[in-house]
Design a protein. Structure first.
Ligand code: BGC
Length: 335
């Protein structure tokens, strides 16, 4: 008999203990233990760890929440997981965060068109979601649960425009051989990705808006990866030789690959070819200082990760937020 009472007490203690820990199945709830600080569990799913820019972003996001935002009364416990470029993997990570009673989710979508199922599940569980870096790309997604879902990012049109302007601002405006035409290749990020689409379109629009005539020699997806940037550029240098005057890349990782190919082919940036990217990765900024890249555009991972964290904290505290938050890009060129 005594044994049974003990067992009942144990189960009850376990249940209430767990309930106190889990705490957050409704929007904005946090969990605390007695007088100690309340713990806010933040679940972060990154589309792919193997991405230079997102590595900087996620590292700073975690550091900022755990070190700068946490204080004596509130502690942000951040769990960051790798979706490995797999949409199904990301869906199950989100399911797990929800099952584990996380207070707020931060999601870097694998598939920009797959936000709705995530929002639907989060809404049912009452757990707000902050989307970062890859903008949900289906009209109406951000209206499913307004106030509790938001996108924090940068307006990719601006980065594209800056890339194009860097070329317009060069002495020969991208026309080395003086034939009145800027002959270029475009190395793009993932298909359907808003950043990739806008950077591709607006970089060239900046040239045509400035009255320049352009000729597209080749356009290919390098999937944000350095190795692919190398391969695409190498193949085009072999095919087009001196005719190729400008290499536009949707990001710096691909531009760094392009730079290796340009140098391997004996071409010289600034003397017979131009090369631009986006992100302002440290390696790219150094390359610009050394004259090995023409320019890049700062994709402010500090500003974006801090804004995403602030907004997540606001949501976890029970607040409502705007649908979009934009962080500015900045032009970086050798001039
Ligand atoms: C960045 C890329 C990055 C991509 C990931 C873009 O905003 O510029 O470098 O690979 O996001 O989705």
């Amino acid at each position: 008999m005594r044994k049974r009472i003990l067992a009942v007490l144990l189960v009850a203690a376990l249940f209430f203990g767990l309930a106190a820990c889990v705490g957050g199945s409704s929007a904005g709830s946090t969990s605390g233990e007695g007088d100690g600080p309340a713990t806010v569990k933040v679940g972060v799913s990154i589309y792919k760890f193997d991405d230079n820019f997102m590595t900087l972003y996620r590292t700073e996001l975690e550091r900022y929440m755990e070190e700068d935002l946490s204080n004596d009364s509130i502690v942000y416990d951040v769990t960051v997981v790798d979706a490995k470029g797999d949409e199904t993997e990301q869906a199950s990570q989100v399911d797990q965060f929800i099952a584990d009673g996380y207070d707020v989710l931060i999601v870097n979508l694998v598939n920009d068109e797959a936000a709705a199922p995530i929002i639907d599940k989060a809404k049912t569980a009452g757990i707000p979601v902050v989307f970062i870096n890859r903008q949900p790309n289906v009209a109406g997604d951000m209206e499913i649960w307004p106030g509790y879902t938001t996108y924090v990012g940068a307006d990719a049109r601006q980065s594209g425009t800056y890339e194009g302007e860097i070329i317009v601002e060069t002495d020969n405006q991208g026309d080395f051989n003086g034939d009145g035409v800027v002959s270029y290749i475009m190395i793009m990020g993932d298909e359907g990705n808003t950043d990739a689409e806008y950077r591709t379109e607006y970089s060239i629009k900046a040239l045509t808006d400035a009255g320049l005539t352009v000729e597209l020699l080749d356009e290919q997806r390098g999937h944000w990866q350095q190795t692919e940037g190398y391969e695409i550029t190498a193949a085009n240098l072999t095919k087009f030789g001196d005719k190729l005057e400008v290499v536009f890349c949707n990001n710096d990782a691909m531009a760094l690959g392009a730079m290796e190919a340009i140098e391997a082919a004996g071409r010289v940036v600034g003397e017979d070819i131009y090369l631009v990217g986006v992100d302002a990765l440290a390696e790219a900024v150094t390359a610009i200082e050394e004259g090995r890249m023409t320019g890049t555009v700062l994709n402010d991972h500090n500003g974006q990760s801090h804004k995403a964290a602030d907004v997540a904290a606001e949501l976890a505290a029970g607040g409502t937020v705007d649908t979009f938050y934009w962080v500015d890009y900045q032009k970086v060129s050798g001039d």
